[in-house]
Write a protein that binds this ligand. Sequence first.
Ligand SMILES: C[S@@+](CC[C@H](N)C(=O)[O-])C[C@H]1O[C@@H](n2cnc3c(N)ncnc32)[C@H](O)[C@@H]1O
Length: 245
Amino acid sequence: MSEAPRAGAFEGVTCTAPAERTDRMRDIIVAHVPGDRPLRLLDLGCGTGSLVFRLADALPHASLVGIDLSRANVDAARREQARHASSARLAFEVADYLHYAAPPFDAIVADGVLHLVPGETRALARKLAADLRPGGVLVCSMAHECAYNAAFAIVRRALRRVRTPWLDRAILQAGRVLHGREMRDEGLRERVGYMYLPPTRLMGRRLLSEFEAAGLSLAAEYPMKSTSLSQLRHRVTVFTRIGAA
Ligand SMILES: C[S@@+](CC[C@H](N)C(=O)[O-])C[C@H]1O[C@@H](n2cnc3c(N)ncnc32)[C@H](O)[C@@H]1O
């Protein structure tokens, strides 16, 4: 179905958003996606699948597919899938979204992913629109335009140029001091690599106009609370695929 993925920075790494954040994403998605009929939903960059499992419980008629570049994530999601009551309605696949091909979905969701996908925003917007059926919904939480994110992008670019194992350890230690009380060590370790990943794009006027041009119409926006100092500030944006449903 899809070409061999290019895992790069995400190779061998798992990623699981804090439960509070995933709960909020689920609630926003459920407010925009019908729960009373069958539908197909794609979680783009699903990490270890925590959002997919929540959505499977909240949308009992949905078939859900989670894709992620990282095999470690997909393996973890599949282990959890085997224990999940809705296992038969779920599928997880190692795939690079840019090379992923499937029939159009009723909904695409992406938490903390679209600002990390490389390449032209226009091409990404066109692919997202093509992967949604008319009337379908895109719900994405991503870094948005603001002074904090602009400054953090500069910091991440600078760190990327001087990355060493020593710097990784220093970042982890700083994370423990700042967030050790509310985040487990495993979660802090997962996040070290993100300190070297500047965003490819930010949600803002330019991105909105590219999405609009591709046929994705802005439907709603929601704030998303930051879970750590090192996290880029996120916002949740909901788009509808233009065209008769
Ligand atoms: C910040 S993590 C978020 C994971 C998950 N959505 C969550 O909230 O727990 C970003 C995820 O996007 C995945 N990712 C990045 N680029 C991708 C791409 N082009 N195709 C598929 N997955 C991608 C990474 O492997 C990583 O697991």
